[in-house]
Design a protein around this ligand. Structure first.
Ligand code: SAH
Length: 207
């Protein structure tokens, strides 16, 4: 298995959002965090030979990282066509071993029926913007419908909500770790050039 540091280096070519849309909460996962999540999933045996779905894939960093780790199929779903065209360009730059299918649509109404054991990776909208409240819950509900296992990124402090919510949906959190998410200044209302927010990453067993 390739190392995590090699993966971080490879993901350096993955471009973020050209013109991020605030109402869609478009923030690209930094390469270090994406590599950590995907490397952990690989160590757990959740990628090799699996169907991988990246819900709200944006410019594709999670799907692309997974596509370097021997899955049978990878599909990224996002509602924003511009983000998907950057994702396609990122795929060309990175040169993954498994091709990624990019699908435009509402990730919470995919109608996707993945074949075989399925791992969902998602850094969903956190539901922090007006009009998009509870977006994270809808992403988790969809994940519960299609995944055997999932890895998702959430605001720090969500753990007790996540435990109760996943239990209600028939899942169990098996792993959780804290991470830092460095946000470059993306929107006019951001006051600093950069800001680090605390997040948590959870692995859920839905089987
Ligand atoms: N997963 C990417 C992007 C995270 S930002 C990464 O890790 O870099 C959240 C993404 O969710 C954005 O790309 C946004 O366009 C997408 N999104 C928001 N609501 C959505 C919905 N209902 N269906 C599909 N994608 C959605």
């Amino acid at each position: 298995m390739a190392t995590k540091s090699k993966l971080i280096q490879q993901l350096g070519v993955v471009a973020g959002f050209e013109s991020p849309q605030v109402e869609l909460e478009q923030y690209r996962t930094p390469p270090g965090l994406a590599a950590q999540l995907v490397h952990t999933a690989d160590l757990q045996g959740d990628l090799q030979g699996q169907t991988v779905l990246d819900l709200g894939c944006g410019t594709g960093i999670l799907a692309l990282a997974a596509a370097l780790r021997g899955p049978s199929t990878v599909v990224g779903v996002d509602i924003d066509a511009g983000a998907l065209s950057t994702a396609r360009e990122n795929e060309r730059r990175l040169g993954t071993t498994t091709a990624v299918g990019w699908v435009r649509g509402d990730a919470t109404r995919t109608g996707l029926c993945p074949d075989g054991p399925t791992t969902v990776l998602t850094n969903p909208p956190f539901g922090a913007q007006k009009g998009n409240e509870h977006a994270d819950r809808r992403f988790l509900e969809t994940t519960a419908e299609v995944a055997d296992v999932s890895y998702s990124v959430h605001n720090a402090g969500s753990q007790s909500f996540l435990e109760a919510f996943t239990r209600d949906q028939g899942g169990e959190i098996t792993h959780a770790y804290a991470a830092e998410f460095e946000l470059p200044r993306s929107f006019p209302f951001h006051e600093e050039q950069r800001r680090t927010i605390d997040v948590e990453v959870v692995r859920v067993d839905w089987a």
